[in-house]
Design a binder for this molecule. Structure first.
Ligand SMILES: Cc1cc2nc3c(=O)[nH]c(=O)nc-3n(C[C@H](O)[C@H](O)[C@H](O)COP(=O)(O)OP(=O)(O)OC[C@H]3O[C@@H](n4cnc5c(N)ncnc54)[C@H](O)[C@@H]3O)c2cc1C
Ligand SMILES: NC(=O)c1ccc[n+]([C@@H]2O[C@H](COP(=O)([O-])OP(=O)(O)OC[C@H]3O[C@@H](n4cnc5c(N)ncnc54)[C@H](OP(=O)(O)O)[C@@H]3O)[C@@H](O)[C@H]2O)c1
Ligand SMILES: *[C@@H]1O[C@H](CO)[C@@H](O)[C@H](O)[C@H]1NC(C)=O
Ligand SMILES: *[C@@H]1O[C@H](CO)[C@@H](O)[C@H](O)[C@H]1NC(C)=O
Ligand SMILES: *[C@@H]1O[C@H](CO)[C@@H](O)[C@H](O)[C@H]1NC(C)=O
Ligand SMILES: *[C@@H]1O[C@H](CO)[C@@H](O)[C@H](O)[C@H]1NC(C)=O
Ligand SMILES: *[C@@H]1O[C@H](CO)[C@@H](O)[C@H](O)[C@H]1NC(C)=O
Ligand SMILES: *[C@@H]1O[C@H](CO)[C@@H](O)[C@H](O)[C@H]1NC(C)=O
Length: 565
């Protein structure tokens, strides 16, 4: 009844269809089920010249980071029978959304070199018991330095609608609003982790397997071992021993065939390089610093009757200003003008509370006489020559940098670089990066990781990936529900399904149309009126240029800028 057609003698591209009854979808399904069950018997010789071939079969994978990206990757890789280990420096899953009242250790002034290596004992495994005050660090600070409490505040709500801020398997109830609180999100991510047995207290029901997760475990180093072509992770786990008032630290290594880096898009706070800021950063008013980064912001009450200078004009700046507006006596925002306003920036500017006084960029902070009497008497010189006085506190809402300790060439200009559009690292595709922009892309990305590493999807040759990358053809980016992004997204789905057709595996469905519609409505209402329009969501084949030009640019920019969610 079936006929196997060899379209090409050197490529395993086949189509299987019922004679006289051609039905491509039936063919897809048939190909998928037969391929999953057994290897398709083909007289086919694989050669390295057509796609990337790995040194040895990929069996074990380390996932670094248990946020929305790492959890999805770990769950999918487990489903595909890889031996998975999931590491996170935090004591619980959630990533950015593991909210606590604890604030992070104060940000360094100026920024720390982004490739600064942590201390690793010479002989591993190693154990050490930290006492309070050792090396000038309290146990509290040592604990926080290790896991880095998150940069979210109590009242924070998403600036992305629920339809794109949702994980698979644990859908929100139908009556959930489109904009969710950070607490809702935290529960949602935890539910996903629990659903997949990836929560902090989840031990395998089958004791033959080692536990998958290791929380409070920071990856300190990542090395490729040349002889075995495997990745060696150096790990450090901290444990609080409250009975003896000490912290137990353990260092050890584990080796893997492949690694997913899901350490998040916002790894370290960024403080700007402004003259005099270093001195001002040391100033305290009582026991509190007068200048700090927005990562430490939690609640508005203590801003009662204060004059606050917020530096920055992006989301943290506008949203924190809104939060403190009912309390503060004055809010001043120092912003840099931009000729071409990115829609996200425009949205933020529009969302500053109406009481905000906007001033230009800061030129320098004038030296202060004392370091323990606050900054109220200090002078802040703006680039237009004006001087600000009487400021009680400065909040630096100046963003984050993607510091990366792992690989020398993994980041460029603070952003991950050299990635194939699937997320695989071009120089060595046994490594992959994901930061799920938006979250709903994670399902496809993690499936692509599993398929490539199990051999049911092929990456092009390195030469081809490099060429594509250099041509900007398939730059790694978040895939979004707007026309050009949808075109890319369709290519993604088509690629996955084409690979399944050829090499086996399940098929995936594109993102549901009704969710895309909700996203469009949300964008129009929440961002800028007319920002997106359904009419403009039909032109899938046209990929507009990266040029920024007024009206049209609004919806294009959502796609082509590195999305600043
Ligand atoms: C203030 C703020 C508000 C935001 N609001 C939104 C929003 O409304 N909507 C939206 O879609 N996005 C928002 N984001 C973006 C947010 O980054 C994503 O929603 C999402 O958390 C990204 O998921 P991720 O898994 O890639 O990274 P993360 O959630 O950041 O998780 C990364 C994980 O990696 C771990 N990790 C890092 N380094 C190591 C290491 N060396 N060893 C072990 N573990 C490590 C971290 O502990 C962390 O748990 C916001 C970000 C910030 C900072
Ligand atoms: N859900 C929420 O409500 C929420 C809240 C906060 C953050 N977030 C997300 O978290 C991410 C980070 O946001 P973010 O606002 O913290 O960082 P960000 O978007 O990177 O913005 C950093 C801001 O700092 C400004 N800046 C940097 N150096 C400066 C200087 N020397 N002088 C003046 N301004 C300076 C930048 O100005 P320029 O524009 O001039 O470069 C920019 O406005 C984003 O993805 C955002 O969507 C979401
Ligand atoms: C994983 O292994 C199980 C048990 O052998 C098998 O039934 C299942 O098909 C495998 N999953 C994948 C995606 O290969
Ligand atoms: C803030 O100012 C108001 C009005 O002057 C005053 O009633 C209130 O007590 C002040 N609050 C604090 C915390 O200083
Ligand atoms: C500098 O800018 C601020 C805010 O726009 C304005 O109030 C002030 O007058 C300006 N100073 C000078 C010297 O132009
Ligand atoms: C990093 O990039 C530089 C310049 O492109 C190159 O010379 C160097 O070999 C790379 N290092 C690694 C470890 O890949
Ligand atoms: C499917 O994969 C083959 C082999 O890489 C390629 O030639 C073909 O163009 C692909 N088809 C689609 C629709 O992507
Ligand atoms: C939709 O596309 C048309 C044609 O490019 C353009 O004129 C119009 O401004 C777009 N509308 C929006 C809201 O972007």
């Amino acid at each position: 009844m079936f006929q196997v057609q060899y379209i090409s003698s050197h490529w395993r591209r086949i189509s299987i269809f019922p004679v006289n009854m051609f039905n491509p979808w039936l063919a897809l399904l048939l190909a998928s089920s037969s391929a999953a069950a057994q290897q398709i018997p083909l007289s086919f010789q694989a050669t390295n010249s057509e796609w990337t071939v790995f040194h040895h079969p990929i069996k074990s994978v380390a996932v670094i980071g248990a946020g929305p990206a790492g959890l999805q990757a770990a769950a999918k890789l487990i489903e595909h029978n890889f031996t998975v280990r999931l590491f996170d420096r935090a004591p619980s899953p959630g990533g950015n959304w593991f909210y606590t009242d604890e604030t992070p250790v104060r940000e360094p002034y100026p920024d720390k070199p982004f490739d600064e290596k942590p201390y690793i004992p010479e002989n591993l495994p190693a154990t050490h018991y930290y006492e309070d005050g050792e090396e000038g660090l309290s146990l509290e600070d040592r604990w926080k330095e290790h896991w880095q409490p998150r940069p979210v505040w109590d009242s924070l709500h998403t600036n992305s609608p629920a339809v794109i801020t949702e994980l698979p398997d644990v859908p929100y109830s139908a009556d959930k609003p489109w904009v969710l609180s950070n607490h809702d999100i935290q529960r949602h991510v935890r539910a996903y982790a629990s659903f997949h047995n990836l929560n902090a207290n989840d031990y395998p029901t089958n004791s033959r397997h080692a536990p998958v997760t290791s929380y409070s475990t920071r990856v300190e180093e990542l090395l490729k071992i040349e002889s075995t072509q495997t990745w060696r992770l150096t790990l450090r786990k901290l444990e609080r021993l409250s009975e003896t008032n000490r912290i137990k630290a353990q260092w050890w290594t584990e080796d893997f065939d492949a690694v997913v880096i899901a350490t998040g898009p916002y790894v370290s706070p960024h403080v700007p390089d402004i003259a005099g800021l270093l001195e001002w950063s040391k100033v305290k008013d009582g026991d509190q610093y007068s200048v700090y980064h927005s990562q430490s912001y939690r609640r508005p009450e203590r801003y009662q009757n204060k004059t606050i200078l917020v530096v920055g004009s992006s989301v943290s700046a506008s949203e924190i200003s809104r939060d403190i507006a009912p309390y503060a006596s004055n809010i001043i925002a120092s912003i840099r003008p931009h000729e071409d306003l990115h829609p996200f920036k425009l949205r933020s500017l529009l969302r500053f509370p109406s009481v905000t006084a906007f001033v230009p960029e800061i030129d320098h902070f004038e030296p202060l006489a004392a370091q323990d009497k606050g900054i109220k008497d200090g002078a802040i010189h703006l680039i237009n020559g004006s001087v600000l006085r009487g400021i009680d506190e400065v909040i630096l809402a100046t963003g984050y940098i993607h510091s990366n300790i792992f690989l020398p060439n993994f980041t460029s200009d603070g952003q991950p670089a050299n990635l194939h559009w699937t997320g695989h690292y071009i120089p060595d595709p046994t490594l992959a990066y994901t930061n799920v922009r938006p979250w709903t892309i994670g399902k496809y990305q993690s499936y692509a990781f599993a398929k490539v590493w199990e051999g049911t999807a092929h990456l092009p040759t390195q030469k081809q990936m490099r060429e594509d990358y250099d041509n900007g053809k398939y730059h790694f980016r978040g895939l979004f529900a707007s026309a050009p992004a949808e075109a890319l997204f369709r290519q993604y789905v088509a690629w996955l399904n084409n690979e399944s057709l050829i090499n086996g595996g399940r098929f995936v469905e594109p993102w549901p149309l009704e969710k895309r519609e909700v996203f469009v409505y949300y964008s129009d209402v929440e961002w800028i009126k007319g920002y997106t329009s359904l009419a403009n969501f039909t032109d899938f084949e046209v990929l507009p240029s990266r040029e920024w030009n007024s009206d049209k640019a609004a919806w294009e920019a959502m796609v082509y800028e590195d999305l600043q969610w």
